[in-house]
Design a binder for this molecule. Structure first.
Ligand SMILES: Nc1ncnc2c1ncn2[C@@H]1O[C@H](COP(=O)(O)OP(=O)(O)OP(=O)(O)O)[C@@H](O)[C@H]1O
Length: 627
């Protein structure tokens, strides 16, 4: 059987691809332009891959044909072709790359798209790495003809996006000499993409800065003209570049649709020479907290893309996008060896420090802009507080907090420490799962009564860094739920009654409650910190913060949970009344002790220890109250 007569073999798409295609084909998203950017970025990636492979196997690129991407329009036939002379695909590559979805986030992608508003949908496409399939938003048939560099075979892939695709060998004469040609048979309502003006302006605005030149042919028989020069933007002097150039580059390079919130472009000179172009995005990527999400800084060596897995930035800067182009790393070593090179270690250190110092500068000069970044990425930056001991001081000065006194504003630690109350020798914090709940917690009452500001820490990561013996300007961090809060030393604000001595009656009730609650608590004691509430729970003096303990328990990593201390407000009317009950009211006093304990648990976001017992006691007490 010759190549020409071989029948195409029909194969079904993997189930997930079929679902994805269904979404694309029936896409109602207005912004369909993204398909252009996705296909051009694949073409540019293919050139960069070959540039890299040819470093170790020069035979893959005989004759050094310069890399280029050719876009050919055929308005009459409503066709559009994007061709590159990059790495190309073998038959196995083809069915793997264009029949399955390797990326783990696809399911999440589909859920997001299905539940998204129209305008957001297209934004997800680039982020989820399902780029190629976006062609089916504008085409009712897509054909890919490809020949892998160094191979003497070529293949045709074809699909209408409706569940199956075909692959067949083609004569090499019909294929690019090397690389891939993607032909789109445009849908009627997308035919304008074959129009020169639309195509050129879309490509220039979305892909004007890909590192491979782009040529456009307005008709199949027209002369090609260059519409993007493929120059590496990052090698150009800053003075020549306008903010729009950076934004365009950022969008096409990082597959983002927002504006960069911060752009860093500089050249490091001295022992190691490298250029850096990096961006802090304006919006949060969907997978920011996915444990598999790695850093996104790409490594180039003298303009050749090497890898995006060099982990140039630490994990807590994983939201930064961009690249580093090194002048002194060797080009012809493996990716693994590059990882071990001292030059890369110096780059990692230098770039990380620079990102932090630029953030610091921004915080100083343009606090509003900085706070937007903190608002979006603060919870990630805070991971550095326990992951990167050496940069803890820098990260602490970048950190911003909502506090009991700050309302909706963010406060820095510098500001916090400058406003300590007389006698206050610690930075107080409360950890929890959300701000409103934190603000309502009874543990804060004594702090409010003394005008002491408390940091509110609602992020998952907070429980971890804050418990690691951390200090700021010599002041330790202390949890409001931990041990004795040492509030006695700090004066109450005017109008707040001082804590009266605990009367014998109240002391007697506290001792009684302790006997009744037995093993459920490690202690019951009179509280310094409570003002309005009757009770609260705190950790034993040497115990772990209660929130951290709960987090560890939910991850199955808890040591035996410590028993809390029940603090009772000796000034509270209810407590005073209960204390005055006569000894013969034992069952009411017992019910009250249990109910107070459950009340404290509920205020902490927990359920009563024994829900049936709780209901029975509540019913007994209410029945009695109702007479
Ligand atoms: N022009 C091309 N040349 C060579 N391989 C290609 C080309 N276009 C697509 N591919 C292959 O198809 C795969 C799937 O492409 P697709 O655009 O769907 O996702 P991706 O490029 O891997 O992810 P992302 O969109 O996040 O960059 C690519 O990884 C690549 O292996």
């Amino acid at each position: 059987m010759t190549v020409e007569t071989a029948a195409p073999e029909t194969r079904p798409f993997e189930a997930d691809v079929a679902k994805l295609l269904h979404l694309m084909v029936h896409s109602v998203y207005s912004d369909k332009d993204v398909f252009f950017r996705e296909l051009i970025s694949n073409a540019a990636d293919a050139c960069e891959k070959l540039r890299f492979e040819a470093l170790s196997d020069a035979s893959l690129m005989p004759g050094e044909a310069p890399f280029r991407i050719d876009v050919t329009l055929d308005p009459e036939a409503k066709q559009l072709t994007i061709e590159d002379n990059g790495i190309g695909m073998s038959e196995a590559d083809l069915s793997e790359a264009l029949g399955t979805i390797a990326r783990s986030g696809t399911k999440a992608f589909m859920e997001r798209v299905a539940g998204s508003k129209e305008a957001e949908g297209s934004h997800f496409i680039g982020q989820f790495g399902v780029g190629f399939y976006s062609a089916f938003m504008v085409a009712d048939e897509v054909e890919v003809v490809t020949r892998r560099a160094g191979s003497d075979q070529a293949w045709r892939w074809r699909s209408d996006g409706l569940g199956t695709y075909t692959i067949q060998p083609v004569d090499v004469a019909e294929a690019p000499a090397r690389g891939t040609r993607v032909t789109l048979h445009l849908k009627d309502d997308a035919a304008t993409y074959a129009d020169a003006y639309t195509a050129e302006s879309t490509i220039k605005s979305q892909s004007g800065h890909v590192p491979v030149p782009i040529w456009l042919k307005e008709k199949p028989d027209a002369e090609p003209r260059q519409i993007a020069d493929g120059a590496a933007l990052w090698m150009r002097p800053k003075s020549e570049l306008k903010p729009e150039d950076y934004t365009d580059f950022y969008r096409s390079f990082a597959g983002q649709y927002d504006e960069p919130a911060l752009t860093l472009h500089y050249r490091a000179e001295g022992l190691h020479e490298y250029s850096v172009l990096a961006f802090v995005p304006e919006s949060k990527p969907f997978d920011l907290f996915d444990p598999d999400r790695a850093g996104r800084l790409k490594l180039y060596v003298r303009r050749v893309f090497i890898t995006d897995e060099a982990e140039i930035l630490p994990r807590y800067l994983r939201f930064v996008r961009g690249l580093v182009d090194s002048a002194d790393l060797p080009l012809n070593v493996s990716r693994e060896m590059i990882q071990e090179s001292p030059a890369l270690a110096a780059i990692k250190k230098g770039v990380t420090n620079r990102v932090l110092s630029e953030l610091e500068k921004l915080a100083d000069k343009e606090p509003e802009r900085y706070l937007k970044i903190w608002d979006t990425f603060g919870p990630v930056l805070k991971e550095g507080l326990y992951e990167d001991y050496g940069r803890r001081a820098a990260l602490l000065s970048l950190a911003r907090f909502k506090t009991t006194g700050s309302g909706s504003e963010w406060r820095s630690l510098k500001d916090y420490v400058a406003n300590l109350k007389e006698g206050q020798d610690a930075i107080y914090y409360a950890v929890g799962t959300d701000l409103d709940r934190l603000l309502a917690s009874p543990q804060l009452e004594g702090f409010r009564a003394r005008g002491i500001d408390v940091l509110l820490l609602p992020d998952h990561v907070d429980s971890f860094w804050v418990t690691g013996g951390i200090e700021y300007e010599g002041k330790p961090f202390r949890s409001v739920t931990q041990g004795l809060a040492d509030l006695g030393k700090i004066k109450l604000t005017e109008g707040e009654a001082d804590s009266a001595d605990v009367s014998d009656e109240v002391g007697g009730f506290i001792a009684f409650a302790k006997t009744v609650l037995g093993d459920s608590v490690s202690d019951v004691r009179a509280s310094e910190r409570l003002r309005e509430s009757a009770v609260c729970l705190v950790a034993p003096d040497t115990g772990m913060d209660r929130q951290l303990e709960r987090l560890l328990a939910s991850a199955g990593r808890a040591p035996a949970p410590s028993k809390p201390v029940l603090e009772i407000n000796p000034r509270h009317e209810l407590v005073e009344r209960l204390s005055r009950l006569s000894e013969s009211e034992t069952s009411l006093r017992e019910d009250a002790a249990h109910l107070l304990f459950d009340e404290a648990r509920i205020a902490d976001g927990e359920a009563p220890l024994d829900p049936r017992g709780f209901s029975a006691r509540l019913a007994r007490v209410l029945t009695r109250a109702a007479g």
